[in-house]
Design a protein around this ligand. Structure first.
Ligand code: FAD
Length: 540
């Protein structure tokens, strides 16, 4: 009896599938049609063989009457649901319902299929053993010759695993994004063209601080310039770098430098295109995950300590310098009377006594001169190192802050966003810049300028670093532009603490660096000093 009803059901199944294939309804997913074609269903196979192939199909197939009463199920259906076909044939498809699917979904399903359209969606089903699974379904109406619905063809597969994976992925993504966004460090992912693919809140805040200039680009430029980092190597060799400290000079006026500790990790670019499925890691384009932690505060504390040390050393140096200058001046001045005495002696004056006295005076004077010369402190030779001019100018300005504020002088300086570096002697260069800035301050103090201003500019010109120090004070007359570099020349009205050695010493430092110093003869409305220093060769 069962066999007979089954044979009947098989006949109907072949009929249903053949009709379905003869005129697949609009909206039927192409992969379903292809699957049946692959089974050789288009009438090329004898009915029995065709049914056999449907039987063996790896997707759960069921055929129902217009009320969803099951007429036929294949083996995959039996395996997926756990129901042998004799337990479901004649039953409604609702037998599979776990009652967790909202009624609205069924309503929409029925509305669609009764409208002779294909429904595609997900339902929560129950296996015979009571286990729930998520079914991905395609239900298609099969029409008779009178264009009335005669059957429904249902196909479904278990997508619980995919759903779980999707949920896990969503969770992981949400977790990663939340962690990324909330992370206090600056995070950005860059592709090989340095385009920022992803960033976080800390990065966005920095973008604002840097006035729209891409922070990642400033980091990369600083890493290349200050640490010889090669971004292309990160991709080619899969290298990563950790805890590299860089200094960033944000764009804009009067903006202090900021310090960051950077790390970078190579990440193969996610390429979803099917053609890239078999590509190896090396063949994929490379991205760089850049993580930067701001350490400006810590660095400022270190810098303050360093500045205090420099201040102490400079005071000591200045003391020595003043001593040298004073003793040298004394020696220079003493030399005059001696010369006169020498001349008097050579004239062989009659009075023998006078000669004796003069000779004694000469001898004592010579001894005094000798001891004065011996008392001139040695010039301590400073070793050459890689010097960042931005940094030195910052330090000098900070050392001069009190004087500048007291004189109401405005300093206009836009540090170069790149850090110009040269091989030099830091203390020497610091004294050089300090004496130029001190001179500018002094000249403005002696002028009646209502808006005293000092402008500084650094740029690189023909392998030379050019520093311009400009003030809007009285300037230096043409006849004194060379004389001011002579030792002991002092043109200030109030010269009490000056021995006239500042520019002489500046000239010495510049010579020591194979550079040049010049007072611009064409500058109107103040004084402009050019200091040119050769830039360090990158291979040095
Ligand atoms: P029901 O009262 O049967 O249906 C809920 C709502 O669906 C009703 O309120 C009504 O709006 C609508 N509805 C139900 N039957 C009809 C109808 N004959 N005509 C018009 N509207 C109707 N369900 C599953 O849960 N899992 C499956 O795997 C599944 N596969 C199916 C395969 C095919 C080929 C077809 C045609 C239907 C399938 N269904 C499946 C739907 C199933 O027939 C039931 O409608 C559903 O399970 C809800 O059953 P129920 O007893 O909870 O509520």
């Amino acid at each position: 009896m069962l066999q007979q009803s089954q044979n009947l059901a098989y006949g109907e199944a072949i009929d249903a599938i053949s009709r379905f294939l003869a005129k697949p309804p609009a909206g039927m997913p192409a992969d379903v049609i292809q699957a049946f074609d692959a089974l050789g269903a288009k009438g090329f196979l004898p009915p029995k063989l065709f049914l056999e192939t449907v039987e063996q199909a790896p997707i759960a197939i069921s055929i129902t009457d217009p009320n969803a009463r099951i007429l036929y199920v294949n083996k995959a259906f039996e395996e997926l649901t756990g129901y042998p076909r004799e337990q479901v044939v004649g039953q409604n498809e609702s037998k599979l319902s776990s009652h967790s699917t909202p009624v609205s979904v069924y309503q929409e399903l029925w509305q669609t299929i009764q409208d002779k359209r294909v429904w595609r969606g997900s339902l929560v089903n129950l296996r015979k053993n009571g286990e729930e699974y998520l079914a991905e379904l395609v239900i298609s109406p099969v029409l008779g010759s009178n264009n009335k619905i005669e059957y429904f063809l249902g196909m479904h597969r278990d997508k619980t695993d995919i759903h779980q994976l999707e949920q896990r992925l969503k969770f992981q993504k949400a977790l990663t994004e939340a962690a990324l966004v909330a992370a206090p460090m600056v995070i950005a992912m860059l592709d090989s063209d340095r385009k920022v693919l992803m960033d976080n809140n800390a990065y966005k805040a920095l973008l604002g601080d840097f006035r729209g200039k891409e922070p990642a680009h400033l980091f990369l430029e600083a890493l290349i310039q200050q640490d010889g980092f090669d971004p292309s190597k990160v991709c080619k060799e899969g290298n990563c770098f950790t805890n590299v400290e860089v200094r960033i000079d944000p764009p804009g006026r009067d903006v202090s430098p900021r310090w960051f500790v950077c790390s970078g990790v190579h990440v193969a670019e996610m390429d979803e295109a099917a053609q890239n499925y078999f590509k190896t890691q090396q063949e994929r384009r490379c991205c760089l995950l850049l993580v930067a932690n701001e350490v400006t505060e810590r660095r400022n504390r270190i810098n303050d300590a360093r500045l205090n040390m420099i201040r102490a050393t400079m005071t000591e140096q200045q003391m020595l310098q003043t001593m040298r200058e004073s003793i040298s001046a004394a020696v220079f001045k003493l030399q005059g009377p001696f010369n006169m005495m020498k001349a008097a002696l050579s004239m062989q004056a009659d009075a023998q006594n006078l000669q004796m006295v003069l000779q004694q005076a000469m001898q004592t004077g010579e001894e005094a001169l000798q001891s004065l010369r011996a008392a001139i402190p040695d010039n301590v030779e400073e070793l050459e190192s890689s010097v960042n001019i931005n940094e030195i100018l910052h330090e000098v300005l900070r050392l001069s802050t009190e004087k500048l504020l007291a004189s109401g002088i405005v300093v206009d300086w836009r540090p170069s966003t790149l850090s110009p570096t040269l091989a030099g002697r830091a203390y020497g260069l610091r004294s050089l810049f300090k004496s130029l800035i001190d001179n500018a301050i002094h000249s403005l103090n002696e002028s009646d300028q209502k808006q005293p201003e000092i402008r500084l500019d650094i740029h690189v010109e023909d392998d030379e670093l050019v520093l311009e120090v400009m003030d809007n004070g009285p300037g230096i007359p043409a006849n004194l532009r060379l004389k001011v570099f002579e030792p002991f020349y002092c043109g200030w009205q109030k010269a009490s603490e000056h021995a006239g050695m500042g520019l002489t010493m500046a000239q010495e430092v510049v010579n020591d660096h194979q550079g040049s110093i010049q007072i611009d003869p064409d500058f109107l409305g103040g004084c402009r000093v050019f200091v040119r220093l050769p830039v360090m060769d990158s291979e040095d």
